[in-house]
Design a protein around this ligand. Structure first.
Ligand code: 5GP
Length: 186
């Protein structure tokens, strides 16, 4: 791959990601045995994580996709959340596992949990690849978390910076994130 335009440092290697995603898949498979599992993937950042995770789940399950608009003009969540792509399939009576790339303030996930818990689902839990703790504004505790980190703006493995870097195979910390304005998400 050509040299990235921004300075960045590897945080989670391809190998570490693959190992951890396999562990999460095994744990989810054990926990949801006999249930009617729907992986509800939060687009766009979670698409690579979800693609890898679902192939490590050994149960029959369905996949569905939602997209929320959650960002203001900068690198921080504005807290104003809107569902711009609702689920496409029946979810009433089913066990939903939201699959998210990263939980930062927690406002997006809190909003999603509230939304789905009002849809007559059997259960709603969430799995985040990264649990980023420093700016948390809610008391959410991830049901499944791949990695924990304190701070930083991360890119790669589905995570973007202004739609760049989603295709990097590992996860990197952008070293000069504060110097750049991110475009609204999605
Ligand atoms: P929250 O509502 O928890 O503050 O934000 C969640 C969303 O913000 C994530 O789904 C993701 O789209 C975005 N986000 C938060 N932190 C990062 C980060 O470090 N890198 C990237 N690329 N997106 C982030």
């Amino acid at each position: 791959m050509s040299k990235p335009q921004h300075a960045m440092q590897e945080l989670f290697s391809q190998e570490a990601l693959a190992r951890r995603v396999a562990e999460l898949g095994a744990q989810i498979s054990a926990d949801y045995a006999g249930r009617d599992l729907v992986l509800m993937v939060v687009l766009g950042g979670a698409f690579i994580f979800a693609a890898d995770l679902c192939r490590k789940i050994t149960l029959e399950c369905s996949l569905d996709f939602v997209r929320v608009a959650s960002y203001g003009a900068g690198l921080e969540s504005a807290g104003a959340i809107r569902l711009v792509q609702p689920p496409s399939h029946r979810i009433a009576g089913r066990d939903l596992l939201l699959v998210e790339d990263i939980v930062d303030t927690g406002l997006t996930m809190q909003w999603l949990l509230h939304y789905f818990r009002n849809q007559q689902t059997a259960s709603v839990r969430f799995c985040t690849l990264i649990d980023k703790t420093e700016r948390r504004q809610t008391d959410l505790v991830a049901d499944y978390a791949g990695f924990s980190c304190k701070e930083g703006f991360l890119v790669g493995y589905g995570l973007d910076f202004s739609e760049q870097y989603r295709n990097l195979p590992a996860i990197y910390t952008l070293l000069d994130a504060a110097d750049h304005a991110a475009s609204p998400n999605p």
